[in-house]
Ligand binder design. Structure first.
Ligand SMILES: *[C@@H]1O[C@H](CO)[C@@H](O)[C@H](O)[C@H]1NC(C)=O
Ligand SMILES: *[C@@H]1O[C@H](CO)[C@@H](O)[C@H](O)[C@H]1NC(C)=O
Ligand SMILES: [Zn+2]
Length: 174
């Protein structure tokens, strides 16, 4: 009887720990993460985990938004030399087909050259890949990363956006 009780307590203890582990791992890994999809074809092109703040001195507007499961994502309004405005988020990693040669002039991020970032699946323009140019050497701190991406908000979609579509009232559907 005593043995059984000890055994029961022991098993409960083990089971409890397994449950705690099982709960903790997915949570700490997945917390606030969402895949970013190409809005045109749905291919996953980035992970919101890699969004980071990289302010451009030329930004017309900068604001913090809660996007793709992340709080306070920096959204910048950048304007190209033709006067076209883009709402852009910056990511340390993204799947891009980088098109064309590195362009040095008119970079929104001084010290970086840029190339077009296209969806590797359908070719849709997703944004730009910025690469540090060698001429401007480590003047600033180590936060100056070598390569990053600017993604155009209206050309991407959070994976969970489709969940919110399913929950839409009938009257908004076709
Ligand atoms: C998005 O959906 C996935 C899969 O259902 C889920 O694990 C994740 O927590 C969701 N992300 C957000 C930010 O709601
Ligand atoms: C986001 O910003 C709000 C307001 O400034 C702040 O209270 C909150 O802690 C921030 N969250 C994160 C995850 O940085
Ligand atoms: Zn695509």
């Amino acid at each position: 009887m005593i043995f059984n009780l000890y055994f029961f307590v022991f098993i409960s203890y083990i089971l409890h720990n397994i449950c705690v582990l099982a709960e903790q791992f997915p949570r700490s890994e997945k917390n606030g993460q969402e895949l970013l999809l190409c809005r045109k074809c749905g291919a996953d092109v980035a992970d919101s985990y890699y969004l980071f703040s990289k302010p451009s001195p030329g930004a017309r507007k900068t604001e913090k938004q809660n996007l793709f499961g992340q709080q306070n994502v920096t959204v910048q309004t950048l304007v190209n030399p033709f006067g076209i405005k883009f709402e852009v988020v910056t990511a340390e990693k993204a799947r891009c087909d980088n098109i064309g040669p590195n362009q040095g002039a008119d970079s929104w991020f001084p010290g970086y050259s840029w190339r077009i970032c296209a969806c590797p699946h359908c070719g849709q323009h997703l944004g730009w890949t910025f690469e540090k140019t060698d001429s401007i050497v480590e003047k600033q701190s180590s936060e100056n990363i070598k390569t990053f991406h600017g993604l155009i908000l209206r050309n991407i979609l959070g994976e969970n956006f489709t969940d919110s579509l399913i929950m839409m009232p009938k009257m908004y559907k076709m």
